[in-house]
Ligand binder design. Sequence first.
Ligand code: MTE
Length: 312
Amino acid sequence: MPKLRLPKIPATHITPETVWSSRRTWLRQAGMGALALGAGQIMPAWASKDAAAGAGSLADQLTSEDAITSYNNFYEFGTGKTDPYDYAGNMTLSPWSIRVEGEVAKPQVFDLDRLKKLAAIEERIYRMRCVEGWSMVIPWNGYSLSNLLKVVEPTSKAKFVEFTTAMQVDTMPGLRRRIINWPYVEALRIDEASHPLTTLVFGVYGKDLLGQNGAPVRLAVPWKYGFKSGKSIVRIRLLEEMPLTSWVDVAPEEYGFYANVNPQVPHPRWSQATERRIGGGMFAPKVETLMFNGYGDQVASLYAGMDLKRNY
Ligand code: MTE
């Protein structure tokens, strides 16, 4: 994120995906047949009403699978938007496990199979807003991270939850450049991490995550700028003190710990008031960015009394 790049959108990304075939299959596999929606309807009953309103007509169009999997930020593979697509296919995805440790009564290592069975994997359509000014509407497949936290039993000292991304020196060419003090580390306050919207993600469009999207398991925190959603997670640590997170380490005056989507707080080098919806076409009008990315009804109470300009 060192500088704002205008998205270069290949022509193939211009048509939004309104129907996708694998979806019903996924819902069936996930035992969610009863919740299956008709083709073209994309908002599940539990989705934020704000998410469907306010951001203009683009708000109800799913970003195409093609765009979600080829326009990415995953600096371990390089800083170009297509680097993750070009290189992440070489990642070693199996075996995979997440070590959960720190301020917990029951520290343990979860292999991917066990992780996938901890709770029912649901479809969660979230608007995701990158700090650089672009956004997507993504049908993730996952469950609330709180399901995992419950199993390890956080102690009363656990105030923060830290997420560390894998470092595969052989498959991640970006690690050779010190853009970040690798590994990539992100964190949330424990109440944010336990919020039902905070999702441990295993898939998109009913298929296993691809490397570029953070395979095999990542986070999605829809009311925060995208950099809070760490990819390819190998360790979760519960901590008493706020850890130093990667982007705060790189540029503390530009990237804060909270990183709540907030159109009223500009980045020092650009406004955050509007966003460009990827897949809407190069000439599509920008859409207005919503406070908490439109999830204010669910999350604003987490920040009651806090100055969100100071805690950016
Ligand atoms: N996680 C890791 N490990 N490395 C990264 O570079 N980029 C972040 C976030 N998670 C990043 C990461 C940023 S800036 C964004 S906008 C989102 O991933 C992008 O997710 P997507 O490519 O799946 O849309």
